[in-house]
Ligand binder design. Sequence first.
Ligand code: 13P
Ligand code: 13P
Ligand code: MG
Ligand code: MG
Length: 364
Amino acid sequence: MNKKITLSVIKADIGGFVGHSSVHSDLLEKANEMLGESNLLTDFHVTHVGDDINLILTHGKGIDSEEIHQLAWDVFIACTELAKKLKLYGAGQDLLGDAFSGNIRGMGPGVAEMEFVERKSEPIVIFMADKTEPGAWNYPLYKMFADPFNTAGLVIDPKMNCGFKFEIHDLIKNKKVIFNTPEELYDLLVFIGASGHYCVKSVFHKDTGDIASTSSTQRLNLMAGRYVGKDDPVCIVRCQSGFPAVGEVLEPFSNPYMVSGWMRGSHSGPLMPSSLDKCNPTRFDGPPRVVGLGFQLAEGKLIGPQDFFADTSYDNARRKANEIADYIRSMGPFEPHRLPLDEMEYTTLPLVMERLKDRFEDID
Ligand code: 13P
Ligand code: 13P
Ligand code: MG
Ligand code: MG
């Protein structure tokens, strides 16, 4: 049997520079240094989007490996120490516990991991977003794997014509369900259209069962029971030869669709595709950003990255995102710019209500 490799993308916000806009280079250096010293990994790449550090790791330890999660945790703890020294904003924001307990899931950082046999050629794209939430991948994953107007291969490639399986997670009730496409498209959409509640966790090839995509689905705010930052998500997609082509995987981001998570995790805004050197959300702490990095895997080595959204073909999406941002910002504290009451991560309503409760009278 061919040897399997594991690709793990583990991310955390452990201190913003400045505010919530970016990551200080000392933290990236520290993460690089520590991963370089580890003998657990086949390869690694350290990067960031906005104020989130992303560790891209390849290894042979499988998903949910205690050793790998411990390593990521140790990196985040060491970077937090540095962040505290530099008094970076929200130092240690995403680390919920003091002690590691075997699995980094549920402890704050976001995790997307998949294990597979590397193909003859293995192109992958890793998407990382800031100022949004895991449901932000619902729309593009639907487009990539189920919309023939986006993905020509669904119609004209015999290796993709069978369609894909979508694993959906109910983040509130902690349940999962699998839908087959194209035959269950309408049932799928009724759930994933509610992206704050239902998330696409993984996608599988319907004939081979091979994993095509997986993403982080932690909802930090719910786990912690208090506001500790939005759960800025990551997503891995395998491309070509039975999976969507790289260009089909990137195509959904040409439309800067609306996502939740801008300013104080309590506003909606357009998701702007950004190059690595321009992924520092500034205007009203945004607009929300997505970076897409491509790698070719070669015996587990990460050959890359290719910074896809640096390409000029995403200029129109950025322009449109800025126009949408102008428009939606003009609504200020009104919905739908401000999220509905039950989705905001910040609210003064209970306090204001308590103060004013005696002024409320029955309507005849
Ligand atoms: P604080 O200034 O109280 O941290 O809140 C604003 C903010 O930055 C929200 O993320
Ligand atoms: P992060 O979740 O990226 O730290 O952003 C917090 C926020 O609310 C910025 O306005
Ligand atoms: Mg932050
Ligand atoms: Mg962030």
